[in-house]
Design a protein around this ligand. Structure first.
Ligand SMILES: *Cc1c(COP(=O)(O)O)cnc(C)c1O
Length: 426
């Protein structure tokens, strides 16, 4: 008799094509039948600690009863409505609440349905902002190794690599700069000065470049770079899709920066990780450049599920949970636990470097060959942790943790113990 696990696996392999996966040889994809809090359960009943929040989205644990209740109430009230010409209470409330939490210059909310599309909207806002004003500026600046999503615009402003290679010339040109350090700021500025009149916007992941391998830079250095761009009338697009909603230890990365962005992008943790939703916010000056008697100055962009009421209800419920005392003290505890673990690893012979930003922890394995997404160490570590009931997805030789805030002290300690075990044997 085939087990349910085997049956689901076979049926899946026949019909599904999975993301970021070479399907040849990928027969061992794990069927998950249930989620509860920080745990995922496969069809054999095996339990996994979700140490990466299912691709960095899950804030409060899986199948959270409070979010489920709010979404199911909304489901019986209004599940979806066109957002052009119509509006609804969940979207109004979510925008009001979000704006009250963001840097005070953020004035308007534009809805989409995932992170990549939130980025596309931000790029269109910035470029059309100058177009509507009759100013010719179309150049975009981004970080080397940046990751802003997988649609063509988002791919164009992301670092070039094995992922983007097949698309070659179809990706538009972008000026790539190094993430800011005290040492490179002046060099970066003089490089940018040559092109400055053509630059419309600078798009960046603040504090932590997630997909690049949890690379981190100092808030002060980023603030200085932002302030340079501001002085040159370059719009600042802050991609908080990953770092927003508590990941960096503060509600937003923006809380740690002294300069306010002009445009901001959110997704991932926005709905607590329960449903897809994207948001692009902007300051009033950007909005005003589109606000006109001339119809052609409008932002001609929209998606079928723009501002889906269920996703908005999930986001409101997630905000309730995020802002409560328990979650806030959990975040503080995770930050402290990570700190102690970082100290423990700092002089470990197999650790090349170890870093932390709030609830985000990352360590680089000391291996001789170059850091690579496809490094063999990834192939060894992924099953090693799965066997021990932990879901982690090392990026090449970089092991990182992005746990749901509801992870217990003990579960997090168990994950650390397994990392130490891996260091001693892999
Ligand atoms: C995940 C991510 C995106 C893309 O979001 P999707 O919802 O996966 O399209 C964009 N920017 C950053 C920083 C991300 O981490």
């Amino acid at each position: 008799m085939r087990t349910l696990q085997e049956e689901l696996r076979e049926r899946d392999y026949k019909v599904n094509w999975h993301p970021y996966t070479q399907m040849k040889g990928a027969e061992s994809i794990v069927p998950i039948v249930k989620g509860k809090g920080v745990y995922l359960y496969d069809a054999n009943g095996k339990r996994y600690i979700d140490a990466v929040s299912s691709w960095w989205v899950t804030l409060h644990g899986h199948a959270h009863p409070y979010i489920a209740k709010k979404v199911s109430e909304q489901l019986l009230e209004l599940e979806q409505v066109i957002f052009a010409g119509f509006t609804h209470k969940p979207a109004i409330e979510l925008s009001e609440r979000l704006l009250s939490l963001l840097p005070r210059n953020q004035a308007k909310v534009f809805y989409t349905d995932n992170g990549s599309t939130a980025i596309e909207v931000a790029l269109k806002m910035a470029v059309q902002y100058y177009y509507n004003k009759g100013v010719k500026k179309q150049q975009i600046v981004a970080f080397k190794n940046a990751y802003h999503g997988d649609t063509f615009g988002a791919m164009s402003i992301s670092g070039r690599g094995i992922w983007t290679k097949p698309f070659g010339e179809l990706l538009f040109d972008v000026l790539f700069i190094d993430a800011p350090t005290v040492d490179n700021l002046e060099v970066t500025k003089s490089y940018l000065n040559q092109y400055i009149d053509d630059i419309a916007c600078f798009v960046y992941e603040p504090l932590v470049q997630g997909a690049a391998g949890m690379l981190m830079h100092e808030a002060d250095c980023l603030s200085e770079l932002m302030s340079y761009f501001k002085s040159k009338e370059v719009l600042l697009i802050q991609d908080e899709i990953f770092v927003g909603f508590g990941r960096t230890g503060t509600l937003f990365a923006a809380n740690q920066l002294s300069v306010k962005p002009d445009i901001m992008c959110f997704s991932k943790g926005l709905t607590g990780g329960t449903m897809p939703l994207g948001i692009t916010t902007c300051k009033d000056e950007v909005y005003q450049a589109f606000y006109d008697n001339d119809t052609t100055k409008a932002l001609f962009h929209g998606h079928s599920f723009t501002a889906n009421p269920l996703a908005c209800a999930a986001s409101l419920a997630s905000l309730d949970l995020l802002l409560n005392k328990e979650t806030q003290s959990n975040i503080e505890r995770i930050v402290e636990q990570h700190k102690m673990f970082v100290e423990k690893l700092e002089n470990h012979p197999k650790v090349k470097s170890v870093r932390q930003c709030g609830t985000i922890f990352a360590m680089e394995w000391n291996i001789s060959d170059e850091t690579s997404y496809f490094s063999d160490i990834h192939k060894q570590l992924y099953p090693f942790f799965l066997e021990r009931g932990i879901l982690m997805r090392p990026l090449g030789n970089i092991v990182y943790l992005v746990p749901p805030y509801s992870i217990s002290k003990e579960d997090l300690e168990y994950v650390y113990t397994c990392i130490l075990e891996a260091l001693s044997i892999v």
